[in-house]
Each structure stands twice: as structure tokens, then as C-alpha cells.
Design a protein around this ligand. Structure first.
Ligand code: PLP
Length: 422
């Protein structure tokens, strides 16, 4: 039998890229094991998905129970696990979010949210924010500006999308207040020059940009967006696909900011690894969306929904621990940053921490990130990058990680940076 990589080259299209060429055959909690028996800390969580770690027993039990009953329904009939998933979501999502539609992926949920915004407001303009990532289907890509590479070769995008600046204080050499003000002034200029606010259906924003480099929006910025949305009857859609389900120490990043969205987009950790995503809004908002005008064969799969209901129930016990773990991790990262010159900035919330690596000139240092990734794998840990220059360590351990493993992961990063700087 030829080796795994040559089999991959034969039959899997290269367009889907991998973060490593290691074959994983087993997983449990914060750890995965390769075909040769080597263990690795998984601090990628499959890109912020397995917030409860791998093979969580509560999720496994719920999935096995559902598999014995019903594993596909399409739109043909009704079943309980979808209702349970929606009821669980209603308990934990921000006030005013009351009903849900389920789809298969974050990108698909963005498509659904935008379609709802357009049809219910009868407006066509969408304001998205530079550095945002919302998926790679043609619509979602039109709002995605985390990296020009994702858009390269795919133009034209969906029309009437207006990209406003998202405050990036480190990149702009500004403090948070200045960056917020500059971005808000630019938004006002977009309304004056590019599109009248009365033609804008929605603001689409990640409360912490994920793929774009782990830049958090400030409370001031988000509150001003909320005000503008109210003033001009624009829907505020928050993309919590990456920030959701306890990642930031609250159920959702907007909880921390004290802002109520009109529409919330959910995915990734919603079912701890089973494919599911959702759009939530008020009953009134959902009632204005004509029944049957949007849907999907697999959306709201019974097994994924059972996994979501169990995930949400279990997260309720896990999330209170996140701020403690986050404080521990942040203190250690600050300590490392004091010693390692290649760390230019540390930002984020909860266990969603970006560690930006920069050269002496302050410019993005992608080579440092590539070195950290490689050294981490050697030492037994998977870690991801983010940012337009792929120079930000995307620190997303499982929320169930124990302190010893958290420390081990941070030590591996520290040692990798030390060997880069030597
Ligand atoms: C904030 C955000 N929105 C949307 C998406 C798209 O989700 P999916 O990859 O499930 O289509 C992602 C994926 O990384 C994301 O981080």
C-alpha cells in the first residue's frame, strides 16, 4: 500500500490545504495520536471547533442514542433533536434571539443570514469590515477580506458590498480609542459617499476577528454600530462562528461587550465537531422571512442536532472555568512576551488569544510563525496561525484543557520562539 501522502496526492484535490501532513488515528480530550503512536496536544481544536475536547463522553452518548433512532430527515418530517438544539440555543444566546434556522457550515449560515437581511429589509447593501472572515462560498467570500488571496481569481464578487475599516490598533500604530474613532469616521464617509444608509440591509461583523488576526472590537465601537443600526434601521448581524460557545469566557463575544445583535450566526463549536451551523434572530424577524424561501437537505441533521443539545448542556458547566484558565494563560503569555522580542502584540479574550510575531522593524514575521508551527509539531503540539500575513499565533486550546497541558503548550511556544531568536 503506498503511503498516505501519495494516496492523498492521487485522489484528493490540492485545493483543500492541510496544516500538517501527519495522519491522526485517535483522539481524546486535548490530545491526538498519530499512526506511529506519537501523542500531540491539539491546540487547534480543528479550527476552534472541539471546545469540549475530542471524544467528549456527553456528546458521544447523545450521538449514539440518536444514531439508533433516526439519522436523516431532510425536510420530510419532524423530529425532536432539532427542537432540543434550538431550545438549548435560545437559553444561551443573547436577549432577543428567539428562533433558529439550521444549516451545515458557517459559510452557509452567513449566506442564510444575508438572504434574510435582504428579503426582510427590502434593501441590498451590506456593510462588512476589513479583515473579516465569513466563509468561502461566493456570497460569504464577498464579505471576506481577511486575505486578498482568498478572493484572488474569483472576481467579480456579489455587488453592493461595502467594506469598512475594522479597528486594528497594532497594525495602524494607534491606541484603541484613536483606531475606533478613525474607523467610525470612515464608516460615516462610506454613508456619505458610497451608499446611503437607507439602502443598507445589514452590518456584518465578527466581534473578534478570527482568521483576520484575532483583533477584538471594542465595546465603544460595537455600541456605536448598534446606535447607527438603530438610527438607520439596519440589521446588526454578528458572526460568532469562531467566537461562540464559551471561547471568549462568555457564551458569546457580544455578551462581554454588552451589545444586543439583531441576528447571530453560529457554527464551528456548536456541536463539538459534528457539522452544524445556525442563524438566530427574533421571532418577529424570522416571521418576515417567507417560509420555504431558504433551506437545505442536510441542514439540521438529527445527529448533529443531538450533539449540539448535549454540547450546550455540557458547556454550561465548562464555561465558568474559562476565565480562570484564560487569566492563567494570559499571565504566562505576558511573561513570555517580556522575554521574546519576536512577540509584537498579544490580544483577544478568554481562550481566544492572538500572539502577533513581528520583526525588529515591527513588520509581520511569517517566518517566525512557520518556525513555531514546525517546532511545535516536533515537540508534540498542533498550533494554528491567523492574520493576513500568517504571522499571528492563534491560541485556541480546548476549554476543557487542564492547567498542566495549558502550561505544556505555552512552554512549547516559548521554546520554539527562543530557538527562532537564537
Ligand atoms: C468567523 C467565521 N465565520 C464563518 C466561517 C466559515 O465557516 P465554515 O468554514 O464552517 O464555512 C468561519 C470559518 O473559519 C469563521 O471563522
Amino acid at each position: 500500500m503506498p503511503n498516505l501522502n501519495s494516496r492523498i496526492r492521487e485522489v484528493l484535490a490540492p485545493v483543500s490545504a492541510y496544516n500538517s501532513d501527519i495522519e491522526i488515528v485517535e483522539s481524546k480530550g486535548s490530545w491526538v495520536t498519530d499512526a506511529g503512536g506519537k501523542n500531540y496536544l491539539d491546540f487547534t481544536c480543528g479550527i476552534a471547533v472541539t471546545n469540549l475536547g475530542h471524544q467528549h463522553p456527553d456528546v458521544k452518548t447523545a450521538v449514539l442514542e440518536q444514531i439508533d433512532r433516526l439519522w436523516h430527515a431532510g425536510g420530510s418530517f419532524r423530529f425532536d433533536s432539532k427542537i432540543r438544539a434550538a431550545e438549548a440555543l435560545r437559553e444561551v444566546t443573547p436577549e432577543g434571539i428567539e428562533q433558529f434556522v439550521f444549516v451545515n457550515s458557517g459559510g452557509e449560515a452567513i449566506e442564510a443570514a444575508i438572504k434574510m437581511a435582504k428579503i426582510t429589509t427590502k434593501r441590498q447593501g451590506i456593510v462588512a469590515f476589513r479583515g473579516g472572515f465569513h466563509g468561502r462560498t461566493m456570497g460569504a467570500l464577498s464579505y471576506t477580506t481577511s486575505k486578498a488571496f482568498y478572493r484572488q481569481g474569483y472576481h467579480p464578487m456579489v455587488p453592493s458590498v461595502f467594506i469598512a475599516p475594522f479597528p486594528h490598533p497594532y497594525e495602524w500604530h494607534m491606541d484603541q480609542e484613536e483606531a475606533d474613532q478613525w474607523a467610525l469616521d470612515e464608516l460615516e464617509r462610506i454613508f456619505r459617499h458610497d451608499v446611503a444608509p437607507k439602502e443598507v440591509a445589514a452590518f456584518l461583523i465578527e466581534p473578534i476577528q478570527g482568521e483576520g488576526g484575532y483583533y477584538p472590537a471594542s465595546s465603544v465601537f460595537m455600541h456605536r454600530l448598534r446606535q447607527l443600526a438603530d438610527q438607520h434601521e439596519i440589521l446588526l448581524i454578528v458572526d460568532e462562528v469562531q467566537t461562540g460557545f464559551g471561547r471568549t469566557g462568555n457564551w458569546f463575544a457580544v455578551d462581554r461587550l454588552g451589545v444586543l445583535p439583531d441576528v447571530i450566526v453560529l457554527g464551528k463549536a456548536i456541536a463539538n465537531g459534528f457539522p452544524l451551523a445556525a442563524v438566530g434572530a427574533s421571532t418577529q424577524q424570522m416571521a418576515a422571512w417567507p417560509s420555504g424561501s431558504h433551506g437545505s437537505t442536510f441542514g439540521g441533521n438529527p445527529i448533529s442536532c443531538a450533539a449540539a443539545a448535549a454540547t450546550i448542556k455540557t458547556l454550561d458547566k465548562v464555561i465558568p472555568r474559562v476565565p480562570l484558565l484564560a487569566a492563567h494563560a494570559s499571565a504566562r503569555i505576558e511573561e513570555i512576551a517580556q522575554q521574546r522580542e519576536s512577540i509584537g502584540d498579544v490580544r483577544g479574550a478568554g481562550l481566544m488569544i492572538g500572539i502577533e510575531l513581528s520583526g525588529n522593524d515591527g513588520k509581520p514575521d511569517a517566518a517566525a510563525m512557520a518556525h513555531v508551527k514546525h517546532q511545535a509539531i516536533e515537540a508534540g503540539m498542533f498550533i494554528l496561525s491567523c492574520g493576513p500575513d500568517s504571522n499571528v499565533i492563534r491560541f485556541v486550546p480546548p476549554l476543557t484543557v487542564n492547567e498542566a497541558d495549558l502550561d505544556l503548550g505555552l512552554d512549547i511556544i516559548d521554546q520554539a520562539l527562543a530557538s527562532y531568536e537564537d
